[in-house]
Design a protein. Sequence first.
Length: 181
Amino acid sequence: MPHGLRGLIVAALTAAAMGTISSSLNSLAAATTHDLWLPISKHRAEDPETLKAARKFTLMWAVVLIGGALLYKEQGTPVVVIALAIASFTYGPLLGGFFLGIFWKQARQRDAIAGMSIAIVAMSLVVFAKQLIAWFPNFPVPLKGASTIAWPWYVLIGTSITLLFGILSSFIPSSNRTASS
């Protein structure tokens, strides 16, 4: 293969990877800014502070994604399996949020967010159990059991946790029931 062609192939692969990474970071930062930060901060989308916050969220998500990638360094697992495992631990909470809204009429936005948040934290412990055990050998026994769970179960577990905690949250009264529905 000519040397120039090799350079073009490397440049094309790098451009494709950068396009995927930048769109992922943009999506994560936009969702965090518009779905979480704007309602909490009471700013408008046009405010200069919103752009600054979006840039900070982009940096935060870059650090999170790089940190997650470093956890799998030299693991010996095929990349496809790692990618599906990481994706499936967020798909469960998303599916649970949809099921909660469809099948549990008492559910509010607050209940879905609570259930999904708890599920993502729990699934993070399951997905990264092997790495956490390597770093903290005296970690509690349940984490050692979680390290044996195969990734195809992640969606079912995340969905179940979201539904359970979303339903439990729906029984907690709020001061303005109609405003949060």
